[in-house]
Design a binder for this molecule. Structure first.
Ligand SMILES: Cc1cc2nc3c(=O)[nH]c(=O)nc-3n(C[C@H](O)[C@H](O)[C@H](O)COP(=O)(O)OP(=O)(O)OC[C@H]3O[C@@H](n4cnc5c(N)ncnc54)[C@H](O)[C@@H]3O)c2cc1C
Length: 370
């Protein structure tokens, strides 16, 4: 072993690719590994990858999501304009009651938005009885294309992480790769041993790409998402089923319901299936991303058994230079660029991670339930 990487990233979904890109841009020696031969074969490859704000009552999750929305739309526009179609996104009310909230949403979301009437929506190819909110900065990413573009200048190896050892201040991966820092960005179906306390769970979803001649000019989201027409293709996608096994959830009909819902939202005539994608996205229990140092849970439980009874004063012991980047939920492409920036600053510039996304928030709650 001669080469020592500043950073090895495990997992080449949007999380892993974003932190690898960010570190490589700062001239760090970076390696990204994935069990697949190419980036974005997990949840990230299946994603519709819409860049859309969060609507709802004001909350810290809403504020964080919309901070990430503003950051990511600029980030993709400035760095990956070929893989980001910034056609704008319309958020459609579910019903008349929901529609009454939209004026309020407009006032609390810090993003450029305007109300569009049903007649105005029609010109974009959107069907709605209600006034809706249009965000010009929203859009949709080419999910695989953007992950690939991010790591095009990063060393990539097809390796499944099976063994992680800490020796003389460095991490040794599968007895063959040496790193000063390791980020685990393994998504839902990943390297779980050390991450149990974070309670990452999976939501299954599917996406279909369809050829159509329907001129949909804008992306839209209600219960599902439909993209603007690009190169004769629209994407229809949703994540909805909480499941442990994606194949069971799929039940052989991954697009069931999606097409019918899309036709209710958009002025769609013919659809010819181009390709189907399905996958699991990983969420945390409180729907915040999970970014930062990993606690040595085994050590903590052995050293402070009273933690299980609610003792909360034990100093947390972390694995040295080992980090998690996960739990991005249904907004991986929205969160990843900003979270990668924060994680980079945490690893290499010793900045604190925001407590709302730090995995520390999950440890004591988990321990009390053991
Ligand atoms: C159908 C669907 C639609 C979605 N729509 C949107 C959307 O419109 N907008 C949005 O922002 N988000 C959307 N999401 C969510 C988004 O896709 C996820 O949040 C995001 O993909 C999570 O990325 P990730 O990098 O954490 O995980 P993943 O993309 O799952 O990547 C994890 C990677 O780790 C690798 N790996 C795992 N274990 C190992 C190991 N031991 N060794 C080596 N490699 C390993 C896997 O092969 C995989 O490549 C959607 C998700 C789905 C499923």
């Amino acid at each position: 072993m001669q080469k020592v990487y500043d950073l090895v990233v495990v997992g080449a979904g949007i999380a892993g690719c974003s932190i690898a890109y960010t570190a490589q841009k700062q001239n760090k020696k970076v390696l990204i590994i994935d069990k697949a031969s190419t980036p974005a074969t997990g949840g990230s490859g299946a994603a519709g990858a819409f860049i859309s704000p969060k609507l709802g009552k004001e909350s810290s999750l809403l504020n964080l999501t919309n901070l990430a929305f503003g950051y990511s739309s600029n980030f993709y526009k400035n760095n990956f304009s070929k893989q980001f179609d910034q056609s704008g996104i319309v958020r459609l009310p579910k019903d008349a009651k929901d529609a009454t909230n939209f004026e309020y949403y407009k006032t609390i979301i810090d993003a450029d938005s305007k109300i569009l009437t049903p007649d105005e929506l029609k010109q974009f190819g959107v069907k709605s009885q209600f006034d809706s909110l249009y965000f010009k900065d929203g859009g949709v990413c080419d999910a695989q294309g953007i992950c690939k573009a991010m790591v095009k200048d990063v060393e990539y190896l097809q390796i499944e992480l099976t063994k992680l050892e800490h020796k003389e201040r460095h991490w040794i991966i599968n007895s063959q790769i040496e790193a000063k820092n390791v980020v685990l960005a393994t998504g839902y179906i990943g390297y779980k041993d050390l991450l149990e306390y974070m309670g990452i769970n999976g939501i299954w979803g599917s996406r279909g790409d369809f050829y159509t001649d329907s001129n949909i000019k804008v992306c839209m989201h209600q219960n599902i998402s439909v993209s603007a027409l690009k190169n004769g293709v629209i994407k229809i996608g949703a994540t909805h089923v909480r499941a442990k096994n994606p194949c069971m959830a799929c039940d052989g009909e991954p697009l069931k319901g999606l097409i019918a819902s899309a036709k209710e939202l958009a002025d769609i005539r013919e659809l010819k299936l181009k390709e189907t994608f399905c996958g699991m996205r990983s969420s945390s229990r409180d729907h915040f991303p999970t970014i930062g140092k990993i606690i040595d849970a085994k050590f903590m439980l052995e050293s402070y058994p009273n933690i299980k009874k609610g003792y909360n004063r034990a100093p947390l012991k972390y694995f040295d230079n080992l980090y998690i980047f996960n739990g991005l939920g249904g907004r991986g492409f929205v969160f990843a660029p900003l979270m990668a920036k924060w994680l980079y600053e945490h690893i290499f510039e010793a900045k604190d991670i925001d407590s709302t996304v730090s995995p520390d928030r999950l440890f004591l709650k988990w321990a009390r339930k053991l």
